[in-house]
Design a protein around this ligand. Structure first.
Ligand code: HEC
Ligand code: HEC
Length: 505
């Protein structure tokens, strides 16, 4: 194995110069980001400055301890601003059950990183950071859903993968429409980045202009609109932006302007709690955070000592992972043909024509032609390391394949699967299926325990053994392995880690 020596390069220092000082977290010191300002920088040709401004502001916003003055928390009722337990019983004026948009849970916390914290800021969370939600306002604890906190690194990867997959699927649907118009009927076997999503059957029902009826009953693991939704345990959010808006509302009780306009939907006496620019900044920040790595990679560049026996164990586990069918859902790698993340997105299904408050993003200077963007192969600020000889290695950026395409090792097919009765939620308020979950990415999984949607698995072995339903076959294959072979699979998973070279950042 090619071993190069590497030295961590402290980017805190390097970027202090370009991004301005990061000190000044004094109470109330948070500066709201103006989308007009980001837009003006881009139209003046200063796209890099806009990206850096958004990233740095997103960093501040994600760790900022918000106070009442900024509207954190909500008027829950009974004189309280926070609750870990959904309170559909509190129906008085302005209380929990009357908030708009409908409150799923919380408000729970005063900062994003008070949950997203393990093993480092922006990471996952222990069971104490689980979130309890009651989107259907049942008021019945036996129906509440429990959710474990997921990590926030390199989230441009799932969004770009999903966008490219959806574009592929839209084209296949359009091809089938054209064929159905000619021949009367057509079937599309949908497949994107080698993942099969079932079939669409189109039947012509009218001529001049051609009208087709689309039978979506043969679809698997995806919504009828063919939008791949890569966020949330259930795979129910298409974009980082929409997830972020929801998290700000439900977890922090911060209602973005684009969510409710000038209204006070959580009755805490404060309006315009986060600007359009703030949501852009948080989105860009999570999109451009450093990607999870592997111990093998760290060892290869000299940042981690591994014995040959350890390396052999991980490598053996990696091939066994494929052999016993884990990789049929946890797809080890996919390429990204256009590895540029753009906010807002250009892709239909990901680009919002209207914000939830009814206004148009373009009216807030959030426009496709002046999107805040970055090249996922090179622009991430974190995890630059210096190799022996002085060359910089960008460990934080997306890997690149021989054709210059982005290479994403995300370990998911971005598809939903029925995981069986034992893993089922107690209720199905979203209509996705109580036991149906998105294949969870295993990027960084060695650093993010406890595991599974409610954090029930305290070891990786337990997480694997809990797979049922569509995962039952590969669980059975795992169970048939010898103790040593199981340990190899687990060693491979433990090798998928979160790494950050600047502990102060
Ligand atoms: C009270 C704990 C808590 C707080 C505070 C919190 N989160 Fe989360 N976060 C979670 C949980 C739990 C999930 C998983 C939710 C789900 O999938 O249903 C999650 C998931 C996410 C995801 C989806 C990641 C993925 O890969 O699916 C994003 C993005 C996110 N949070 C962003 C934020 C932002 C931004 C903030 C601050 C505005 C925030 N979170 C505050 C607990 C929290
Ligand atoms: C049918 C698709 C499928 C197969 C096959 C599959 N998984 Fe999963 N995996 C999932 C889904 C879906 C989840 C999330 C389930 C949940 O949270 O309830 C998951 C979750 C996990 C987790 C927990 C991730 C986290 O962050 O909490 C691990 C670890 C894991 N799988 C490993 C494996 C291994 C090892 C195999 C092979 C033995 C395997 N999986 C086979 C779909 C699959």
């Amino acid at each position: 194995m090619n071993r190069r020596r590497a030295y961590p390069l402290t980017l805190g220092l390097l970027f202090a110069a370009c991004f301005g000082s990061r000190s000044g977290h004094a109470e109330g010191a948070l500066l709201s980001v103006d989308q007009q300002e980001l837009n003006a920088l881009i139209t003046k040709g200063q796209a890099t400055a806009a990206f850096e401004r958004a990233f740095e502001a997103g960093d501040e916003l994600s760790e900022f301890d918000f106070t009442r003055d900024q509207g954190v928390g909500a008027n829950v009722g009974e004189g309280r601003r926070f609750t870990r337990i959904p309170r559909a019983d509190l129906t008085g004026p302005g209380e929990w059950a009357t908030h708009f948009p409908i409150r799923e849970g919380g408000a729970n916390a005063t900062s994003c990183i008070s949950c997203h914290s393990a093993p480092i800021a922006n990471g996952a969370g222990g069971v104490a950071m689980n979130v309890v939600v009651d989107p259907g306002h049942t008021g019945d604890p036996s129906q509440y859903l429990e959710r474990n906190t997921t990590p926030l690194f390199a989230l441009s990867i799932p969004q770009r993968l999903a966008e490219e997959m959806s574009v592929d699927l839209y084209l296949q649907r359009e091809g089938a429409r054209v064929r159905a118009c000619e021949a009367g009927t057509a079937t599309a076997e949908l497949r994107a980045k080698s993942v099969a999503f079932g079939t669409l059957v189109l039947t012509r029902t009218g001529d001049e202009p051609c009208v087709v009826d689309t039978d979506t009953s043969g679809l698997t693991g995806i919504d009828e609109d063919l939008v791949v939704r890569p966020f949330g345990w259930k795979g129910n959010h298409a974009t980082l932006r929409s997830f972020t808006r929801g998290a700000a509302h439900n977890e922090l009780g911060l209602q973005a302007t684009e969510l409710v306009g000038d209204e006070d939907g959580d009755f805490d006496g404060i309006v315009n709690e986060l600007s359009v620019g703030d949501i852009t900044a948080l989105t860009i920040y999570m999109a451009a955070l450093e990607r999870p790595v592997s111990s093998l990679e760290l060892s290869d560049i000299g940042l981690l000592e591994m014995t040959d026996a350890e390396i052999r164990k991980v490598t053996a586990g990696e091939s066994r992972f494929a052999k016993i069918g884990c990789s049929s859902c946890h797809t080890p790698s996919m390429s990204i043909n256009d590895p540029v993340f753009r906010e807002p997105s250009r892709v239909s299904g990901y680009a919002e024509t209207r914000f939830p408050d009814g206004t148009k993003p373009a009216d807030h200077a959030l426009r496709e032609d002046s999107a805040v963007s970055f090249d996922m192969r090179s622009d991430q600020p974190n995890n630059m390391v210096l190799l022996d000889g002085g060359a910089a290695y960008h460990l934080g950026s997306l890997e690149v394949d021989a054709n210059g395409n982005g290479l994403a090792r995300w370990y998911t097919d971005l598809k939903r699967h029925d995981m069986g009765e034992a893993l089922s939620d107690p209720s199905d308020p979203l209509g996705i299926g109580a036991s149906v979950f998105l294949t969870r990415s295993l990027a960084g999984v060695g650093s993010t325990g406890p595991w599974l949607h409610d954090g029930r698995a305290t070891t990786l072995n337990e997480a694997i053994k809990a797979h049922g339903g569509e995962g039952a076959e590969s669980r059975a294959a795992y169970n048939l392995l010898t103790g040593q072979q199981k340990a190899e699979v687990v060693a491979f998973l433990e090798n998928l880690v979160i790494y950050h070279n600047d502990p102060d950042h």
